[in-house]
Design a protein around this ligand. Structure first.
Ligand code: ADP
Ligand code: MG
Length: 215
């Protein structure tokens, strides 16, 4: 039985914050190669603030948990990734409709993630292959949808999504950046992983870990 409730999504956010904190230096190193060396610090500050906001005002429903993360990220993170991750969580919150049937919760979560991904595209005007967070988020959404459509349980579907996100992250290495700060480097951006794709892979990994055992 899958239950995507406020506690489950709060656990997801906490796990993402924990991973970002743990990998803060790695994310910053990736950003120092093709950006301005602030991605780890940006996201760590934002997610630490998001966890604090969820603790200060525990959300009543799962969409409210995502909305709190969105508004906190938009408020506290400078740089491209704050508004983009903020948009991701805001659109996901707006689309999340878990209803009363827990067997529908996996598909509801998948639809919310897809809405978040579409929101990042609308906001940042990038597409897959531009060497951004979309290169991890897009394959994750596809793998999640496919696994659920094939009748897999939530655990397995999120595991597949996390695996696809990690592969998408790794596949950014040879790409030339076409959006964001890294695009200023042109061909010199090739040969490095994209920092936003690396953090997006952590976001999906966190979902797989935090929601494990729910179905
Ligand atoms: P900044 O580039 O302003 O310093 P960050 O370092 O926090 O911001 O985030 C950089 C990451 O943001 C990039 O690695 C990339 O994944 C992502 N990014 C940048 N521009 C876009 C965009 N237009 N669409 C999607 N993701 C983007
Ligand atoms: Mg940066």
């Amino acid at each position: 039985m899958t239950v995507v409730d406020a506690a489950a999504l709060t656990a997801w956010v906490r796990e993402f914050a924990r991973l970002v904190h743990e990998q803060r230096d790695t994310l910053t190193q990736l950003d120092s190669a093709i950006g301005d060396a602030d991605h780890g610090a940006n996201l760590d500050r934002g997610m630490t603030a998001a966890v604090a906001a969820l603790e200060a005002t525990p959300p009543d429903d799962p969409a409210a948990a995502l909305k709190t993360v969105a508004t906190t990220l938009i408020k506290t993170v400078g740089g491209a990734s704050g508004p983009l991750y903020g948009t991701f969580f805001l659109r996901a919150a707006g689309a999340l409709d878990v209803g009363t049937d827990p067997t529908h919760h996996g598909r509801a979560l998948a639809a919310a993630l897809r809405a978040g991904y579409d929101g990042v595209i609308a906001r940042g005007k990038a597409e897959r292959g531009d060497k951004t967070m979309l290169d991890a988020l897009g394959p994750a959404c596809d793998a999640f949808d496919e696994a659920l459509a094939a009748g897999k349980a939530l655990d397995e579907a999120l595991g597949a999504a996390a695996e696809a996100a990690a592969q998408g992250r790794d596949a950014t290495e040879p790409l030339i950046a076409r959006k964001g700060r890294a695009s200023y480097l042109g061909e010199r951006s090739a040969g490095h992983l994209d920092p936003g794709a690396a953090s997006a892979a952590l976001l999906v990994e966190a979902a797989a870990t935090a929601l494990a055992g729910r179905g």
